[in-house]
Design a protein around this ligand. Sequence first.
Ligand SMILES: Cc1cc2nc3c(=O)[nH]c(=O)nc-3n(C[C@H](O)[C@H](O)[C@H](O)COP(=O)(O)OP(=O)(O)OC[C@H]3O[C@@H](n4cnc5c(N)ncnc54)[C@H](O)[C@@H]3O)c2cc1C
Length: 758
Amino acid sequence: MNNPSTNPVVKDLILIGGGHSHLSVLKYFAMNPIPGLRLTLITRDLHTPYSGMLPGYIAGHYEYDQAHIDLRPLAQFSNARIYHTEVNSIDLEKQLITCTGRPAIHYDFVSINIGSKPGTLHIPGADEFTIPVKPIDRFLSRWDILIEQVLLSVKQNKTFHLAIVGGGAGGIEMALATQYRLQHLLTQKNIDSQHLIIEIYCDGDNILPTHNSQVRKRFNRILQQRDIKVHNNSYINKVEQDRLTSIDKTQYTAHATLWVTNASAPTWLAESGLQVDEQGFIAVNDTLQSTSHKNVFAAGDIASVVNHPRPKSGVFAVRQGPPLARNLARAITNKPLKPFKPQLNFLGLISTGDKYAIASRSNWSLEGAWLWRAKDWIDRKFMDNFNELPEMKMESTPEYDQAMLDKKTSSEVSAMAMRCGGCGAKVGSTVLSRVVSRLNPVSRDDVVIGLNELEDAAITDVPPGKLIVQSVDYFRSFIDDPYIFGKIAANHALSDIFAMGAEPQSAMAIATIPYGIEDQVEDQLFQTMSGAIEVLNASNTALVGGHSSEGAELSFGLSVTGLVDRDHIMRKTGLLQGNILILTKALGTGTLFAADMRQKAKGRWIDAAMQSMLLSNQAAGLCLYRHGATACTDVTGFGLLGHLVEMIRSSKKSVNINLDSLPIMDGALEVMAGGIFSSLQEQNMKLQTVIKNRDDLLKHKHFPLLFDPQTSGGLIAAIPAINADMCLAELHELGYRDSVIFGEVTGDKQSDESITLI
Ligand SMILES: Cc1cc2nc3c(=O)[nH]c(=O)nc-3n(C[C@H](O)[C@H](O)[C@H](O)COP(=O)(O)OP(=O)(O)OC[C@H]3O[C@@H](n4cnc5c(N)ncnc54)[C@H](O)[C@@H]3O)c2cc1C
């Protein structure tokens, strides 16, 4: 594996989209790392649905995780950073990728595998009134609503017309799979399914135009047997609420419409200046390299191989993966690319919803339940390749491939070995000033000398009657996205200020950026600082200075200063008998990120944990104060129990904790049950001696969560009982949906065993 601390990054390869081709690319670079190459995967969805299993998933034969590839562990396996966001343009000249809600990302090489979506453009009402089957994750969230609609309608003996627009393999499989699933659910509920009518609309003379006549015959027979009506020559050109209109002006009733028509491409590709085909797909030559830009590659549905046009299909996207990976490696190391010719025909196994399949290849066809079993076996084997990843060992650092270094980079790499420590390890002043000039910190009247003044230190005013509140936090990055890390670190640092009932005023940043060539150092610093600035600005905190240095790994923190009225302070030492204890965020970041490091956490768990860490405690702090909090603190490294003990000891009180009530992040219990804990857990657990009835509840599944260290965790507050319910309701309204009442202050502390679990 590439070790960035000894092999500074000299080239960036960005993979846009976690489609079928990029799965192989990630695996290829895991097995064949290129020293000095940094891989980043930008993906809108963290779990890629495997197209072959999609109909089976809709039919209910597979669970979500069986039919999806979790991109986060795969990216980690490949030592790739994963950015969870959507790309919306590329500046091909400046080599910058623009994404939703974050700073642009630089690339040296980019590979695009973002799939396609059914074309609804120019069809009035299609965007508003239909459910496109792609992007599949969005389809799946609407699918659950559709199930409810159908069940409700049919139960009331009202006929429900479900339309499928598109008569290709995707449309036919969807029609059969949805029917199978819906009928199964209706039978389970003892509801007669005769009121469910499924109809297919296709624009040609027959369904499955790219398959042979035998296949068409077999499917027409099965559709007839299943009472699915096919409307041939019915090009739908208008969609309204509950109604479809075809080109010959015939109108059809459709209470819901699934849109499974020909694939279309997003417009930003052509708008970026990439050469595209007439449908807007990226034109690539036989090496999968863009015909217009040498450092851009594309594969899967989004690519159009100009010399070998093929139908849009997951099979072709999968097959393009290995040649794409090899050609990317060749391009990066300045070697000639190798052409790849996709096969003309492939064996298609098209399922019929009921664990039965029809095989299609050239002029040949077969059918049977055994074909579904064969398909199931092949699909599961494919998924195992990406979901069951071997442990990778850190190898000794190999040498750079000199062919990938230009003259400037080569001399920078040589100079890096000579870098000294101490002040010499500072990030260069030009890099720093360039980064600072790109940041836009808020300005405040009470900042007398701030970031943009050439002075040795910042000066701030302290308004009369106010007290200064100060805190500092600094830690090593535990995620591979510097922008998100900067945001979390800023939230974490500001939490101390909010927990004390203060308003933040200013902050100083301290950053350690991994050694690298100038452009890389600048980019990492900028991404990290941009994240931090966003959070600081949102709370009207002025960034007034900082210090940066180069080191082995990315670390970042902030020293923050706040202002508070003397009678507005919330302290740990204010627990009163009868107070209700409120916690504002779920627990579990420590164990989840420990699992993430071992590639044992699901991408969606980590994503949800990050969303929680990105939630500022500012509004919660104010809400708790408004409801009369007599004591407050934030939950960080010592875990819930550790921070609560600080409150108990300073207030000399004892408390009850209701273990069942604790809010827990998705996946945390599974991970802990698998024996994975944060490295701080053991240390934190030394405090369990304060629990009076520890032995009774030691086996409770929530027990270990008491000691789980949190990053950017929630607030614990003691609220007068009379205000507790109102306070909780307001917290929920403010977006702290995991807030709970988790205990109460029972009386004075009688002994060291001051916590009782209930
Ligand atoms: C109902 C249905 C059934 C099908 N069944 C089969 C089948 O059985 N066999 C078969 O071979 N084909 C099948 N297909 C076709 C198949 O789904 C596609 O051909 C295949 O998914 C294309 O793969 P891909 O790698 O190009 O992209 P995808 O698999 O679609 O992956 C694209 C990825 O890019 C990400 N992404 C998209 N836009 C952005 C963006 N702007 N920024 C960042 N990330 C982005 C997405 O999150 C996604 O992870 C079916 C299609 C449908 C609709």
